[in-house]
Design a protein around this ligand. Structure first.
Ligand SMILES: C[S@@+](CC[C@H](N)C(=O)[O-])C[C@H]1O[C@@H](n2cnc3c(N)ncnc32)[C@H](O)[C@@H]1O
Length: 283
């Protein structure tokens, strides 16, 4: 990359926008988001002060951040945070970056959970789902399970950040195996990418943990195993809500109906009209 002096915010934004054009469809927005993270301001303030100088130390940091993003690193790993369900979450390369489509799972859980549910979040990653639920359900008691100790560290941090750590127990282990009791609600965004799809994923997505993404040959390994384990962990009348890939609706629904023959099973669609959440309510 040529060394352009980044003496003011407008010059820095223009330079970064050019650098980022090959890796993102929103290069200017990303250039601005990196600047706001660097300066600790919001976009409105940034846009109102584009003629302000950029101190040399900040320019050096900005240049390195833009270079990392141009090399394919996801933006939230560079800034260290992302918003999910109106809350700010710390993210590191140990966790999947929370996606907006996962908010449907949280909304659905909130619409159906009783006032004081026992909740298990399986594959908690950054803790975004369980922390959002605990924040909105002040009497909920939760378990957050992950195979990754490093991910659980991030989830603990996020729980503390949002004042809900004392109501969440963090358990390292496989799916529902570590749960010490039955729960009213199981929520999960399991790894569901098929192995054959890995090479087709954008470079930045392949920077996220493979453990968080890959779900075996058809992407359904964790979905299948979680469904098989769920009946033994749910209280009577309990619910399971699981995020699925947009192509997996029919297969996931068939698996759920086979595992829970007496339950109500259906699919919920996201804002783009794609199958996104498997909904199972036991009787
Ligand atoms: C798709 S990510 C979801 C992370 C977070 N819940 C979210 O929605 O952003 C899946 C998570 O499941 C964890 N995981 C993968 N296999 C697991 C297993 N067998 N048991 C428990 N957690 C698992 C991964 O480490 C990862 O954190």
């Amino acid at each position: 990359m040529e060394t352009v002096p980044l003496s003011d915010l407008e010059t820095a934004r223009r330079w970064a926008t050019e650098q980022l054009a090959p890796v993102t469809e929103q290069p200017r927005l990303e250039a601005e988001l990196l600047l706001t993270a660097l300066l600790g301001c919001n976009r409105a303030t940034l846009l109102a002060h584009l003629d302000a100088p950029l101190p040399p130390m900040a320019a050096t940091t900005y240049r390195s951040w833009v270079q990392r993003r141009a090399a394919g690193e996801p933006l939230p790993y560079i800034t260290g945070h992302i918003e999910f369900f109106g809350l700010e979450f710390t993210v590191t390369p140990a966790v999947l970056i929370p996606r907006p489509e996962t908010e449907l799972l949280v909304e659905t859980a909130l619409a159906h959970a009783g006032p004081a549910p026992r909740i298990a979040d399986v594959g908690t990653g950054s803790g975004c789902i369980v922390v959002a639920l605990a924040r909105h359900l002040p009497q909920a008691r939760c378990y957050a399970v992950d195979l990754s100790a490093a991910a659980l560290e991030v989830a603990r941090l996020n729980a503390a950040r949002h004042g809900v750590a004392e109501r969440i127990r963090f358990l390292e282990g496989d799916l529902l195996a570590p749960l010490p009791e039955l729960v009213d609600l199981i929520v999960s965004n399991p790894p569901y990418v098929a192995e054959s799809e890995w090479e087709t994923l954008p470079v930045s997505v392949r920077r996220e943990p493979a453990l968080a993404l890959l779900g075996g040959e058809e992407g359904l390994d964790a979905v299948r195993r979680l469904l098989a384990q769920a009946p033994a962990s749910l209280r009577p009348g309990g619910m399971l809500l699981m995020e699925i890939g947009e192509q997996q609706g029919a297969a996931a629904l068939a698996l759920a109906r086979a595992t829970f023959p007496a339950a109500e099973c259906r699919l919920l669609q996201d804002l783009a009209g794609k199958d996104r959440v498997l909904w199972v309510r036991g009787r």
